[in-house]
Design a protein around this ligand. Structure first.
Ligand code: DC
Length: 216
């Protein structure tokens, strides 16, 4: 395995922006594991699977699908679904199906393979705890719910998507609870991860502090 910088944290904490900046700075590959979970969930729902589908049905569909993350894009059987996976509905299903064992098992190998041939900056919910527990550097990036709501609002508005702040806040709280409360690979801070609370900080400052930690 090559060198891995692993970042975990709740949705909207700024993980992907930070991970991209680190990857560019160090010349590492970048892996957005949330995009993989989103793509898998999209595949399952587009084949009619409901939230409570039995494991066997999930396994059956995953046996025949190829999900890849390449140059910042996510592909399902060769089709680019990078835009489709960014809706609030896709976020919801990604969170729901990511709690299922066959989904986590399916993506485990794909994520580890990404570090087989290239140094990697990766971000998600269980990078530091399950997928890369031996990572070169481990970071837990947090921010308050209010701040994460504001960032999500800005993101949606930039894409011309209208948002209802109360609904957005509820969705974030619900997703936090599900991602942290599930039985398998829940979101939690690894004991040896560097804790960075980005509330009130500009991304440049977060990046500066994190690079200092990485270069220590
Ligand atoms: O990072 P994101 O918001 O794109 O992730 C979407 C969902 O995928 C998130 O709610 C939980 C799940 N996920 C996960 O369980 N494990 C990961 N390593 C990354 C994402």
């Amino acid at each position: 395995m090559k060198k891995v910088i692993a970042i975990d944290g709740p949705s909207g904490a700024g993980k992907s922006t930070l991970a991209r900046l680190i990857a560019r700075e160090l010349g590492f590959d970048y892996l957005d594991t949330g995009a993989l979970y989103r793509a898998v969930a999209l595949h399952l729902t587009s084949h009619g699977l409901e939230e409570n589908a039995p494991d066997e049905e999930i396994e059956k569909l995953l046996r025949k699908v190829r999900v890849e993350f390449r140059s910042g894009r996510v592909l399902v059987n060769g089709t680019d679904v990078s835009e489709e996976i960014r809706t609030p509905e896709a976020s919801h299903y990604a969170s729901v199906f990511s709690a299922r064992q066959p989904v986590r098992q399916y993506l485990l190998g794909i994520q580890r393979d990404a570090a087989a041939h290239a140094d990697l900056v990766t971000e998600g919910r269980d990078m530091t705890t399950v997928v890369f527990p031996g990572a070169f550097r481990k970071i837990y990036l947090d921010a308050s719910v209010e701040e994460r709501c504001r960032r999500r609002e800005t993101e949606f508005m930039a894409r011309g998507v209208e948002v209802n702040m109360d609904r957005l806040r509820l969705e974030i709280i619900e997703r936090d609870a599900r991602d942290s409360g599930r039985g398998i690979a829940p979101l939690r801070k690894a004991g040896d991860a560097f804790l960075m609370d980005s509330t009130g900080l500009h991304i440049d400052e977060v990046f500066r502090q994190i690079m200092e930690f990485i270069r220590e």
